[in-house]
Every structure is written in C-alpha cells, then in structure tokens.
Design a protein around this ligand. Sequence first.
Ligand SMILES: Nc1ncnc2c1ncn2[C@@H]1O[C@H](COP(=O)(O)OP(=O)(O)OP(=O)(O)O)[C@@H](O)[C@H]1O
Ligand SMILES: [Mg+2]
Length: 709
Amino acid sequence: MEDISHIIDPLNAVQREAVAAPAEHLLILAGAGSGKTRVLVHRIAWILETQQASPHNILAVTFTNKAASEMQTRINQLLQTTTLGLWVGTFHGICHRLLRMHWQEARLPSTFQILDSDDQQRVIKRILTTFALDDKIWTPKQVQQFINNCKEQGLRSQHIIAEGYDLWLKQMLSLYQTYEEYCQKNGLVDFAELLLRTYETLRDNTALRATYQTRFRHVLVDEFQDTNDIQYKLLRILVGQHSYLFAVGDDDQSIYGWRGAKIENIQNLSKDYPAIHMIRLEQNYRSTGTILSVANNLIANNKKRLGKNLWTDGEAGEPVYLYSAYSEIDEAQFIVGKIADWVKKWQEVAILYRTSAQSRVFEEALIQKNIPYRIFGGLRFYERAEIKDVLAYLRLLHHRQNDTAFERIINLPKRGIGDKTLENLRAIARQHQCALWEAVHHAINAQLLTKRAATPLLEFVTFIDKLSEQLLDCSLSEKVQQIIQQMGLIAHYQKDDPIDAQRRQENLDELLRATQQFETQNKEEFDIVSAFLAQAALEAGEGQGSKFDDCVQLMTLHSAKGLEFSLVFLCGLEEGLFPHQNSLDEGNLEEERRLCYVGITRARQTLYLSHSETRAQYGQRNNAEQSRFIREIPSELLQEIRLKSAYSNHSGVQPSITLQVGDNVSHPTYGNGVIIEQEGQGELTRFQVRFAKGATKWLLLAYTRLEKC
Ligand SMILES: Nc1ncnc2c1ncn2[C@@H]1O[C@H](COP(=O)(O)OP(=O)(O)OP(=O)(O)O)[C@@H](O)[C@H]1O
Ligand SMILES: [Mg+2]
C-alpha cells in the first residue's frame, strides 16, 4: 500500500477516525473551524490513495464554486498529481453538467440556455403582461419567489392543488404553469430548474439512475446543514444501494432557512440511513480562545440546537474589541484606519456586514486610503449591466432564438425602436409561436409594421447576421472584443453616464481577460462560447477578478460561510439591522444568531465588533440601538473602544460650542461647507456638514477642527 502518512498525520484522533472509516455512511456533525472541510478533503485523498475507488467514482458537493476549486487544488496537492474524472462542484454546477450530457433524457433541446435571476424576472414580466394583471399587485419578484419556492420543494404546477376559493394560489399556479410551458418551449432553464430537472430525469430514467448510482460510489457533501428539499432528494437519488454518503455540517451554521434550507435534513439522514455513523469533532483549530468563547456564549442563547461544545488548546489571544461609532461613516473610518495599520497581507482581512448596501461607505473609506479591496459575492461581476450587455450579444450571435438576449440589446445602443414596435413584435411572436428574431422576419415579410418601425429592425437583424458571419472563425475573446468595438458600447456608456463609464470600461477589460483565461484553460472544449456563457451565468462573479490578488475582502455574512481570516470586522451590530428587522418580524431570531455565530467564527486572531449610535436610513438619520447580540456576550470578554475614552485622551481643548446649524465652516481636509444638522451634547456634540466638494459628513466636534468662516 502507498504511504498515506501525509494524509493521516495532519489530523487529530477523531478526524482520523472519520477520514479512515470503513466504507459506510458517515455524518460529521461539528462546530465551526473544527476541520470539517479538511476532513472531507482528506477523506477523498485517502479513498484514492488506498485505491478503494478511482477518481471517477467520487462526487463532492460544495457550497460555492470557489470552495470547489479550492477543494480540487487541495486534493491535487495531497496526492501530488492532477486527478481526472473526479467531480467536484456545487449542486447547480453538477446538475448543469448532467443536463448538458443527458439533454435528451431530460427532454431539453441540446442548446438549452440558463436563465439567471434577472432573465427569469424578465420572462415573468412578459408573462404577466399577457395575463393583463396589475403588476403592482402581482410583482414579477413575488411570482419569481413563488415559482422558485415550488421548484425547491420539488413541486410542479400540476402537483399543487388550490382548494376551494384560494384565488391567489389559483392565479399563481396558472402563472407558474404558463412560465413552465414558456421555458420548455424555448429551452430555458432557471437555477431552480437545473436541480429539479436533474432530479426528475434521474427519477424517471432507471438506466440513467443506475449508471450514476454505480458510478458514484462515494458522495461527499460539505455544509450539509444548508441543503434544501430538492438538494436532499438529489442526494438520496444519487446515493445508490452500493454507494456511501459522507456528509459534514454544523446545525449552528444553518443560515439559509429563508431560502428553503432545512436543518431537519440532518435528522432525516438518521431516518433515511439508519446505519449512519455519526462523528463529532469538538476541537477548534481556527480561532483564539477568546474568540471561541464569544462565539460559544452567543450561540448558547439559541434553544433549537443539537448541542456541542467547542474548545481549543490554543492561546486566549487578544480580547475581542467593541467599537461604538456615532455614525456609519465614523464606523467605516475607524475600521479602515485599523486596516491601514495592519502589517500583514490585505487578503487576511475581512469586513463582514448583514446587508450588501452597507458596503458602499466602506468602499469609499478604502478608496480614500488607497487600500485595495474586493467585494466577494455581492456585487457580482457577471451581473453587472455592461457585462450582461456584451454577453447578451454573444448569446444572440450564438443562438438567435434567445429572446431575453434579443430584448436586452435591441435598443442598445439606441436604434430608435420604440416600445410599441416591441410590443407588436411580442404579439407576432406569440401568435406564430416563434422567437422574437423570427417575428421580425415575419413582420417585415408580411409588411405588418410601418416603414419607420421596420427600417431599424431590418438594419438590426442584418447587422447581427453580418457580424455573426464575420466572427464565425474568431476565438471567443476576439468575438467579445469585436462586439465591444463594433457596437460602440464604450461610447454608448460614455453618453449614458460619463461618471460611470470609466468603471464600466474597466469591467469590460476584465471581461476580455476572463475570456482569454477561459480559452487557455479550456483548450479541448468543443463549443467554447456555450461553455463560457454557462459558466458566466453560473458563477455570477464568485470568481470575480480584481487587479490585485492581495486585497481586503468585503462580503455579506451569508457569503462568508466556510472562509477564514486573521482579522475580521463584524459591523453594524444594531437592532433592526443585525438582527435584521425582517427576521425579527418573521420570528427568525435564531437564524440571525447563527449568522452572527458564523461571522464571529471566521476570525482567527483578531475580531472587532462595531455598531453605530445613529444610522442614515431612507434619507433620514435615526438613532440605533445596540444589537442584543452584543449584550449576549459576557462583558469580560469584550474590550470597549469608547469614543469617550478616546475623547479624554484627546489632547485638544474642551470644545466650546459656538457653532450652529446654518453656519458656514471650513475643515482642513474637506474644505468649505455648511452645517445642516446638529446632534448630541457636550463632548459628544456632532455636526452634519455638507461640503462644497459634494460630500456630506457627520463630524464629532471634539475630534475635528471645524472653523466658522
Ligand atoms: N488537525 C488539525 N491540525 C491543524 N490545523 C487544523 C486541523 N484541523 C483543521 N485545521 C485547520 O483549522 C482551520 C479550520 O478548518 P476547516 O476550515 O476545515 O473547518 P470547518 O469545520 O470546515 O469550518 P467551517 O465550519 O467554518 O466550515 C483550517 O485552517 C484548517 O486547516
Ligand atoms: Mg468548512
């Protein structure tokens, strides 16, 4: 047998037990940072190295594409070779792959296209117009949620029976049904459909099911606590009579309940696989003792827990710091000031927040200090308008029947094709049951449109046909480059919004780099354009590029799952923000607390918690109450960094408050401005100043040198 010490040695006794367990179903239920992901990776390496199965027999499911590629790298490192045939991916990625391979069994056209969330809403909007429903009452978003919820539970419209007089449900169901028919006819597959369709295909196809059940002898799943109904069903159907499930998870980190994830799936495992062997890991290797105590104390407030006790034999480390800011801008400046003092790599630093809108103030503060940063997950690269514009062109060139792409670019840049003409086209398409592209031809041939309406349309289709022919033999990146050039997109954005044009151009440059990289990585790919488009839709920016690799990471708490950083800032700990008001209203406090637990346990060495006493919301500044989560942490574990103490250390003179709202003032950095608001008293007096350069800032009188002028 091969020497497997490099796989086993870096593990503790319980981790070894899990990695080297005999072929059986296993559930590793353990707290944050206890090595679950490490154990999963080592288990794969161990299976391969001890030759119990070939890479071909292994399927590993992770939560993000980033996690999947890290996992693949770790396995290759451990085995010191590149493994081929191993499937590692997200549920969506794996299902997409299966559907591409088995489109016939799945009753899809070979050219089926993925609808991302935006495209899906566009389709729903179209359907809503044909129903002539009031789109204020029947919002596309609401219909989208209804459809996705159904699909995530494995339900088709025909499976749901609207009883009696439930008119709302009846209406939703008929919208759902129309949507299903539309997608089926046009070969469109939304994200939830990827999973549901794969499940149904395997369920209804005995031979196919048998093939995969025989193939995947080992099915391994990370972050199992966040699987939803359809994902669980998929796992059940993939794990055959002679396969083994290896699930790792942490009930305390279940944070996707709002998206249909079911903690109960952990209990279901023991019901559905009675022989499952459960292993608990309790030693945490990630965080200092103090950080871990903070996390343990917080999560102890949850009632619904399976219960576990995490410990570390590492050092207590630094205290956990708590900063009370007087505004979100002060909060951002404090945090960014601390980051500027950080001497190690930027990439070891993360700012975590509850809602993605909070990122903007941090971005501004980071830009001011010239610190490179990257937004992970939130502001997705492939979701940015300019990227979607170019990809829509690419889609239409590749597949003229793609109506979503057609609609997106028909007037981009402006061609003078009016809404009325488009409405006519849609009607023709409906009547002839054809794509908009064909509807244009119908309309022109049968002279259904006025000359004024027909001319730009004819120009458009001719242009696209010509461009398509011209680019036929070009590489993917050449195509993208030509589209950007020939469509005059940069000039269009310049006209559209000159301030934003620079950023958009940078994004387009980045897109070109992405296609070039894709080409070198996928030399064997037969249909590289389709492969790239699918990846773009699926990844939606997780692998978002940045000019710098080494940059500070900004992300929502939800995106932070599974990751770790030396220095973590957990900000906006205020009632209504975190815990979020929606969750409070819906009785989901425990899930919010788990989210806070996830945030705290991302930190290895240093953790700052912060909240602001006031926060601007909906155009006004409100007082904000400190989050209950801070109060739930024993105060001896926290070291407060107080404005007050900062003030008393401040060598300046006692501020004499001679300023008032309406005064013209000058500031050494920001220049001249006018006071528009005043708050607080004595040493905590603060002014809101609108500066001539455009910025509006809250300034604490004790800190700033504001002079009347
Ligand atoms: N036996 C060990 N010896 C040393 N370091 C370890 C050991 N086990 C895990 N680690 C390290 O501890 C950290 C946390 O491990 P890992 O990310 O696998 O935990 P996890 O349980 O998956 O955490 P999460 O719940 O946040 O996903 C990693 O840096 C990992 O390399
Ligand atoms: Mg993990």
